[in-house]
Design a protein around this ligand. Structure first.
Ligand code: PEP
Ligand code: MG
Length: 573
């Protein structure tokens, strides 16, 4: 299944699930100590080598690596592991695993949040050195690649192959070396898909892929068709190189839309903003000339940690993004945990139906400490740029009232402490639960903007899981029920004088862009790699024709008839 479009050629890099080393004892302690020394040296060399290549990593990755280097150079780590070898005759691997675990427990018990967060780093260090000791290059595969005529010296990127890729896994990858992702699990709305699309990296989900591929094998990933080709012939490679060139030339042509506004041929202006999952993607948003950030999925900030980011950390990140956007708006969605976005340390008990459970604003209203920390950080950052706050999963008027009173409370606290913030900062809600769409006339009078989250709105309206292929025929943005709720939301927003945006995947669906324009949508928020294409399409349309089409579509009885109208539309110039 295609998760993110594009074509890439690269060497398979299979991320295996780590297995804890088994307890093995040694009779040769000095040999194990020697192995430890060599492993540490190699791990240090690898880290230094990676750090020397600093242009090829994100600031976040650099900080993580610098911390790892510092901890690995500290004799405390080696001493702990060496003591276990000497005292209990553990083999080096087991001593590393146990020693890192003990140090992690020690850090976890500390009062200081910074030190508590170092616990996860300790386990990483243990694994680094274990890998340095145990990793062997696969000479067969290496020779096979090298011997392929015409490929000698060619430097391919890595095709990351994994069961599933968590945001934590991706933070640790050197993304500049990543050519594509292939995962065994996950649908188009999964984390892997969201991350891949936001970074413009082709991605597929292919069951049992790790059994089909060997480490290092050359593979072509076609994210348009959903194909993978293992060990392609030179002729196939050439054909795909041409396809890549062709797609690149299309992309290059689109750059002419970077500076221009999204305006139809007959002068109807809308905004095209970008969705991001990490602060470093903000640079891409500027590169493609988006009108701002329409959705910053802030929950990714909470992942790959052992406790929530504190107010200062969040403030610095939001401030950095706001400043990078130089006056353009940055809509930060507050923590949307739950559903498929699991965060271990939040200890959300198991739920039979997590998508219908304690997620997003429901969780935040039940855990006001975490929520207030984020709101305070956002308010403080609003002093440095055009930050907007967006609340996910609002389903009732009461939820909104509770949320508003918490935000008011945070404002009072900041005022009391003379901490500056923008008192007029705009606060909006996502319309992604059908009850909110049905109540949008009431809610529109309360908030500053709406943003329609089609990914969830489709699922909840159609009662069809967004990850379940068996009900994919119901999970569709062409379902008339979904389109009617969208029209209702736009109309009610406009009656109250507030703008209505869309930030779900459907905002970039070329079939529906004319329909949404005709319905009156004010803003399309899409992945950075989609911004230019969406602008190009809007600039080729006429609003009057779009309005006619959308009226026709709203009277359709079925998704099939909607599709028929779309297929027959001739509305560009
Ligand atoms: C949505 O539901 O459309 C949305 C943008 O939110 P997410 O995909 O993060 O749930
Ligand atoms: Mg959603």
């Amino acid at each position: 299944m295609c998760l993110s479009k594009g074509i890439a050629i690269g060497n398979a890099f299979i991320l295996k699930e780590k297995e804890a080393p088994v307890l093995e004892l040694t009779q040769n302690i000095s040999l194990e100590l020697e192995i430890l020394d060599k492993g540490l040296d190699k791990a240090l060399d690898d880290l230094k080598e990676n750090l020397a290549d600093e242009d090829r990593m994100s600031p976040e990755q650099k900080t993580i690596m610098e911390t790892h280097l510092m901890l690995l150079e500290d004799p405390a780590f080696k001493d702990q592991v060496a003591a276990l070898i000497k005292e209990f005759s553990y083999r080096c691997e087991y001593a590393l695993y146990t020693g890192a675990g003990k140090l992690a427990e020690h850090f976890k018990a500390m009062d200081n949040a910074y030190f508590r967060e170092r616990a996860a780093d300790m386990m990483d260090l243990g694994w680094y050195v274990i890998e340095a000791i145990t990793s062997k290059e696969n000479p067969v595969v290496k020779d096979k690649i090298k011997s392929q005529q015409g490929l000698v010296g060619e430097d391919f990127g890595r095709v990351i192959v994994a069961k599933d890729l968590t945001p934590a896994d991706t933070v640790k990858l050197n993304m500049s070396q990543v050519a594509a992702f292939i995962t065994e699990n996950g649908g188009p709305s999964s984390h892997t898909a969201i991350i891949a699309r936001s970074m413009d990296i082709p991605a597929l989900s292919v069951p049992d892929i790790s059994k089909l591929l060997n480490q290092g094998e050359l593979v072509i990933v076609d994210g348009f068709k959903g194909d993978i080709i293992i060990e392609p012939s030179l002729a196939t490679l050439d054909a795909y190189r041409k396809k890549i060139e062709h797609h690149q030339s299309i992309k290059d042509k689109l750059t002419q839309y970077k500076e221009c506004q999204a305006e139809t041929l007959d002068g109807h202006r809308v905004k095209v903003t970008a969705n991001i999952v990490a602060p470093q993607i903000a640079e891409k948003v500027m590169e493609v000339g988006a009108d701002g950030i329409g959705l910053y999925r802030s929950e990714f900030l909470y992942m790959d940690r052992i406790s929530p980011p504190d107010e200062e950390i969040q403030f610095q990140i939001y401030k950095e993004v706001a400043e990078m956007l130089t006056g353009k708006e940055v809509i930060v969605r507050t923590l949307d945990v739950g559903g498929d976005k699991h965060i271990d340390y939040l200890n959300i008990p198991h739920e039979d139906n997590p998508f219908l459970g304690f997620r997003a604003i429901r969780y935040c209203l039940g855990n006001t400490g975490i929520f207030k920390t984020q709101i305070r950080a956002l308010l403080r950052a609003s002093h440095f740029g055009k930050i907007r706050i967006m609340i996910p999963m609002i389903g009732t008027y009461e939820e909104w009232c509770q949320t508003k009173s918490i935000i008011e409370n945070c404002k009072e606290e900041l005022k009391g402490n003379q901490i500056p913030f923008d008192d007029n900062l705009k606060i909006g809600i996502m319309i992604e639960v059908p009850s909110a769409a049905m109540m949008s006339d009431i809610l529109a009078k309360e908030v500053d903007f709406f943003s329609i989250g089609t990914n969830d709105l489709i699922a909840y309206t159609m009662a069809a899981d967004r990850m379940n292929q068996k009900v994919a025929y119901l999970y569709s943005d062409t379902q008339p029920a979904v389109l009617r709720l969208i029209q209702m939301t736009i109309d009610n927003g406009h009656k109250a004088g507030i703008p209505v945006s869309m930030c779900g995947n459907s905002a970039a669906n070329p079939d529906l862009i004319p329909v949404y324009l005709g319905m009156g949508l004010d803003k399309f928020s899409v992945n950075p790699s989609e911004v230019l294409g969406v602008k190009e399409q809007i600039c080729s349309l006429k609003i009057e024709a779009c309005r006619k089409i959308s009226q026709k579509i709203l009277s359709c009885k079925s998704a099939k008839s909607v599709k028929k109208v779309i297929d027959g539309m001739t509305i560009s110039h």
